[in-house]
Design a protein around this ligand. Sequence first.
Ligand SMILES: Cc1cc2nc3c(=O)[nH]c(=O)nc-3n(C[C@H](O)[C@H](O)[C@H](O)COP(=O)(O)OP(=O)(O)OC[C@H]3O[C@@H](n4cnc5c(N)ncnc54)[C@H](O)[C@@H]3O)c2cc1C
Length: 402
Amino acid sequence: MSSVHESFDADVAVVGGGPAGLVCAIALKTGGVDTLLVAPTPEDDHRTTALLAGSVTALETLGVWCACLPHAAPLRTIRIVDDTRRLIRAPEVTFAAAEIGLEAFGHNIENRHLIAALYARATELKLPRIAAAAAAVASDESGATISLPDRDVRVRLAVGADGQRSLCRAAARIGTRRRTYPQEALTLNLGLGRPHMDTSTEFHTESGPFTLVPLPDQRASLVCVLDPANAAELAAMSDAELSVEIERRAHSLFGKVTAEPGRGLFPLAVQTADRFARGRIALVGEAAHVVPPIGAQGLNLGLRDAATLAELVADAHRQKLDVGSPRLLARYDAQRRADVASRRIAVDLLNRSLLADFIPAQGVRGLSLYLVGRIGPLRRALMREGVTPAASQPRLMRGEMV
Ligand SMILES: Cc1cc2nc3c(=O)[nH]c(=O)nc-3n(C[C@H](O)[C@H](O)[C@H](O)COP(=O)(O)OP(=O)(O)OC[C@H]3O[C@@H](n4cnc5c(N)ncnc54)[C@H](O)[C@@H]3O)c2cc1C
């Protein structure tokens, strides 16, 4: 039973200190909401993230981007090359940010630099943090209780930013739909023999995309989607062998490449929570949805979750309303559905069209890319939708505080 006299340790606790949780906690704090971060020390992450223009604007607005900029490379051009050996091959297509009046589609940054910049900003803002993992989460009508190794914390709203295997999601009794693909993504960073010219180059192969995304100092990050046997074979190679193999797959476009230490292997899956909030628990980032690493959508979606939730909560706080009410959580769920579903479908279609041995599917993909390459307005509309989706632009993504 709810009690108006009940005391809370904070209004909101964000559980999970990955990029989505940190952005949500910082946004809430800047919006004047009494916020607590529950986050163990992050593990090493050698991945990179291509942050699209809206995400960069949000980080600028939160005072985080200045610390990211020296480590980020602009993505001014995207080049798609059909590297399949199939009967029907698509023509090469190039997208330039300048065509839609942008300097860059976004920026690519190593996750370790992004997370360090977010933690530095959280410290600057004196965001209270408990550096431990939540052991259990429970919610009732008036609030949520987070059990930590040495105490319990009581809040009006718990934000589950605790990744794919979210404890918060399980506590809210929210199920997921999950499908796996017969593919794995091998990730690593590379030194290049020739400049990338701020161009992200995507080779579409029969096993999935092989994408080189610019990093500063004539480096690039590689996401190479392969069938599991092939992925294991490449992952077992020495740095020197792998460098030669990558150069071969990139058709020596970047000269001699040098594989850097720190490889990752990620099985490809799509997973969506049945709903994004229930019973004083709201989900953001991969706790809510996982999409394959194709087309740089995952964290960009996660940051839009974080910004949308922070905006709704800060508005309720300003109006002295309950920040974890069922009405607020229902609005959050409704506002995020279309954006998440449309990105999931687009990434899934693109990936399946590459895997399909079915000639008509190859024909449709080839024709679509041909039309996109030839028809300027269609290409520009696609680019705009990819970078700044018409449907869901929370205030932070437009450069306004929450
Ligand atoms: C190969 C690859 C490339 C990608 N490239 C891109 C890209 O270019 N652009 C893009 O937008 N996205 C990309 N993504 C997706 C992106 O990496 C993810 O969307 C993002 O990392 C998810 O962030 P998150 O904060 O939701 O989750 P996570 O980064 O998984 O963070 C979850 C955090 O929760 C913590 N946690 C877990 N359990 C608990 C607990 N009980 N208590 C407290 N804390 C807990 C964990 O320690 C962790 O720090 C890529 C993904 C992959 C696999």
